[in-house]
Each structure stands twice: as C-alpha cells, then as structure tokens.
Design a protein around this ligand. Structure first.
Ligand SMILES: Nc1ccn([C@@H]2O[C@H](COP(=O)(O)OP(=O)(O)OP(=O)(O)O)[C@@H](O)[C@H]2O)c(=O)n1
Ligand SMILES: C[C@](O)(CO)[C@H](O)COP(=O)(O)O
Length: 218
C-alpha cells in the first residue's frame, strides 16, 4: 500500500496578515516545514500545494504543485498529482502533529476507508441571533471539532471531489465530501496541540508551544 501526504499550503493567510501563511516562521521553522517534517517519516511521498509563483524552501521535504483559489481546489490538484493508494491530507497551518495521530489514522483508514482527527467540543455552544447577541443554545453532546490530518483511499476521495466540482458544491474539508458521497468517516482522537494557526492570537500560542515541542522532540 503506497501512502502519500498531501499538504494544502496555497492559502494567502488573510486572517493572520503576514503573507502566505505556510511560509510564516515559528521559532525558526516555517509552518509548512514543521508539518511536512512530521509527515515525511510515515509516507512514501510528500506533495505540497503552493501559491503560484512560489517555490518550496530547500529544507522542506517534498514535491510542489500549484494550488488553486480555494483549499478544495488545492486538494484536488494534489490528488491529481499522485497515484498513491492512500492519502493523508494535512493543513500546512497545523504544525504540531503527533506521530500517534498519524499512526491511528493509518490504522483507521484500512478498516473504515476514511478517517479524520477530531476532538470532542469542550465549550458551551450558542448560535448568535441576527444582532450578534446570544441566540439559541446548541447542545454540545456528540459534537466534535474536526482537525487534520484526514486519511482516505485516494480513488474514493478523488471521485468525491470530482462530484463536488461538477455540482458546484463547496466544502470546508475532505471528510465532508466523503460523507456527502454516503461513505463512513471514522473519528480518530486528535490532539489539542494540532491547533490551526489562523489568527495573530493563534500564532502567539504556536510560538509558546514550539518551545516545548522542540525541546521534547530534539
Ligand atoms: N486556496 C487555498 C486556501 C487554503 N489552502 C490551505 O488550506 C489550509 C487551511 O486554510 P486556512 O487556514 O484557512 O489558510 P488560508 O486560506 O491561508 O487563511 P485565510 O483564510 O485567513 O486567508 C492552509 O494550510 C492553507 O494554506 C490552500 O492550500 N489553498
Ligand atoms: C480542514 C479544516 O482544517 C478542518 O477543521 C478546516 O475546515 C479548514 O478551514 P478553513 O476555512 O480553510 O480555515
């Protein structure tokens, strides 16, 4: 079984405001470099979708393809660039990826066909009213916050992507496309350290976490 890691890294990082986010350094290493290095020992190849006109830094293991205008389009470009049997899709923006999560996902994809890292929601949830105030309380029981990596049989995921493209359906992640195609997706316990660096506040957390992370793995 050939496994590829596919890393969508072609976003513009609008909410962070520091240029293409994958190239933003955290304690001396880029978000992309950290994500790619975590995946490389577990897979046969690493493919990375980059913004047009940008090249991979020399210290990032992998092969680059040009990404698209959306995350979904970038993932489809990655899927079309590999013939691996199984793909692990992982956001460049989630730089702290424990090996335990990767191993659990690879086991789950063999059994179920698709799996995602996710964490049970711990906060109280409310849907705001039109004025932006407290609207409707949403029971959090049974709700999970979805992370990446997500693992799939490549043939099933590419079919789900192509169906979504044909229908003009926009999805926020790949597991959602598999579910839309009527197939099961296993929820594998993720990790609080797998946060997505989205805002300047997340970057501060990532900088503090990097010091602990780097001391543990070196
Ligand atoms: N056209 C796009 C948009 C996003 N991504 C990738 O998808 C992941 C999750 O996206 P997000 O965190 O939203 O990143 P950005 O799109 O860069 O952020 P923003 O929405 O703030 O611009 C990131 O690794 C990002 O690089 C991508 O490959 N191609
Ligand atoms: C794929 C993802 O990280 C799962 O939580 C998330 O949906 C990406 O969302 P974004 O809109 O690209 O920030």
């Amino acid at each position: 079984m050939r496994v590829a890691a596919l890393i969508p890294a072609a976003g513009s990082g609008t909410r962070l405001g520091l240029g293409p986010k994958a190239f933003v350094p955290v304690e001396g290493r880029t978000l992309l470099g950290r994500s790619a290095a975590a995946l490389a020992p577990h897979v046969h190849e690493v493919l990375i979708a980059l913004p047009a006109g940008l090249d991979l830094p020399g210290d990032v293991p992998g092969r680059a393809v040009v990404g698209g205008d959306t995350r979904q389009a970038s993932v489809l470009a990655l899927l079309r660039a590999t013939d691996a049997d199984v793909v692990l899709i992982h956001d460049a923006a989630r730089p702290f990826l424990p090996a335990r999560v990767i191993r659990d996902l690879l086991a789950a994809v063999q059994e179920v066909g698709a799996a995602t890292a996710a964490l049970p929601v711990a906060d109280t949830l409310v849907r705001a009213d039109p004025a932006g105030s407290w609207g409707t309380l949403t029971p959090r029981e049974g709700l999970w916050a979805v992370q990446t990596p997500q693992a799939f049989r490549r043939a099933a995921l590419i079919a789900a992507h192509e169906a979504a493209l044909a229908d003009g359906h926009a999805a926020t992640d790949d597991a959602g496309l598999i579910a839309r195609a009527g197939q099961p997706v296993a929820l594998v316990p993720g990790d609080a350290r797998l946060l997505k660096v989205t805002t300047p506040g997340d970057l501060l957390i990532a900088q503090a976490l990097a010091r602990v992370w780097d001391a543990e793995v070196s």
